[in-house]
Design a protein around this ligand. Structure first.
Ligand code: CP
Ligand code: NVA
Length: 304
């Protein structure tokens, strides 16, 4: 049966560990300049309703480096834009391409596509989740801390798709997670409840100054996600006390700073933090490439 990656929930702990391990192998091989082209003749299709720099370019580059090809499609240019259904699109694309990555507003669009598709489908971000980002992030933490469990990560900001995927991961791996957000901007209640039932060490809190104490990683994301541009004014006000600046970073003097990017400098993070010595955002962005490759191979049943 085909496998999809719509959510981290679908992966077992062992599979997440395998992805971390495979990413390490693929990254090392790339750094050593060794050719590895198991995907000759295979095509990855990217169907994106929203803009993207990292996700798009890392998936496309990853395919080329592994000997395959990639096709980028915007719904506007497909018959989808003229009313062809997502189900019919999925059935047809399945006859041409080998894997699909979708970036969508509604998570339901992704589920409907995946149900009709005969090929593996990857979530390249939905309003609800961003699993590929968080898998690359846990690999980055493993690189920096030497472990992917027994650490404390504090997500400061909006209870958005990134926060939700961190909660999903906390239900699989043993680490402490605090979502430090303004009241009214909490993560998805169902995802949180599920994670707590599964034994996740996750807490939602509203006091960043307290929450970041003893953190190994302080993580943030934009206050206005794609599609929320109309809410900008009220959000800027609501998140005022949730900026990651030097003062907040200095409460936990050893913590790394992470951000999925793109950053809105001067809003959720200051220049001094993102460009500072504890920021690992560029390695984090690079690791998207290596993890995407591991994910594609995993779903195609190829062992690197
Ligand atoms: N972090 C991330 O997904 O970036 P893009 O929106 O540029 O793909
Ligand atoms: N929460 C952000 C993540 C971007 C990678 C958004 O959805 O716009």
């Amino acid at each position: 049966m085909k496998r999809d990656l719509l959510s981290i929930k679908e992966l077992s702990k062992e599979e997440i560990e395998k992805l971390i391990h495979d990413t390490r192998i693929l990254k090392r091989r790339r750094k050593e300049g060794l050719k590895y082209t198991p995907l000759e003749g295979r095509v990855l299709g990217l169907l994106f309703e929203k803009p993207s720099t990292r996700t798009r370019v890392s998936f496309e580059t990853g395919m080329y480096q592994m000997g395959g090809d990639a096709i980028f499609m915007s719904p506007r240019e497909l018959q989808l834009g003229r009313g062809e259904t997502i189900e019919d699109t999925a059935k047809v694309l399945s006859r041409y391409i080998d894997v699909a990555v979708l970036r969508v507003y509604s998570h339901e669009t992704l589920e409907r596509f995946a149900q009709s598709a005969e090929i593996p489908v990857i979530n390249g971000l939905s309003d609800l989740l961003h699993p590929c980002q968080i898998l690359a992030d846990i690999y980055t933490i493993y690189e920096k801390l030497g472990r992917y469990e027994n650490f404390k990560l504090v997500f400061v900001g909006d209870g958005n798709n990134i926060a939700n995927s961190w909660i999903n991961l906390a239900a699989k791996l043993d680490f402490e997670l605090i979502i430090s957000c303004p009241k009214g901007y909490e993560p998805d209640a169902e995802i949180l409840e599920d994670a707590l039932k599964a034994g996740a060490k996750v807490k939602v809190s509203h006091n960043p100054g307290e929450d970041v104490k003893d953190a190994h990683v302080i993580y943030t994301d934009v206050w206005c996600s794609m599609g929320q541009e109309d809410e900008k004014k009220e959000r800027l006000k609501a998140f005022r006390d949730f900026q990651v600046n030097d003062e907040l970073m200095n409460i936990s003097s050893a913590a790394y700073f992470m951000h999925c990017l793109p950053a809105h400098r001067g809003e959720e993070v200051t220049d001094s933090v993102i460009d500072g010595p504890r920021s690992i955002v560029w390695d984090e962005a690079e690791n998207r490439l290596h993890m995407q490759k591991a994910i594609i191979l995993f779903l195609l049943g190829i062992n690197p």
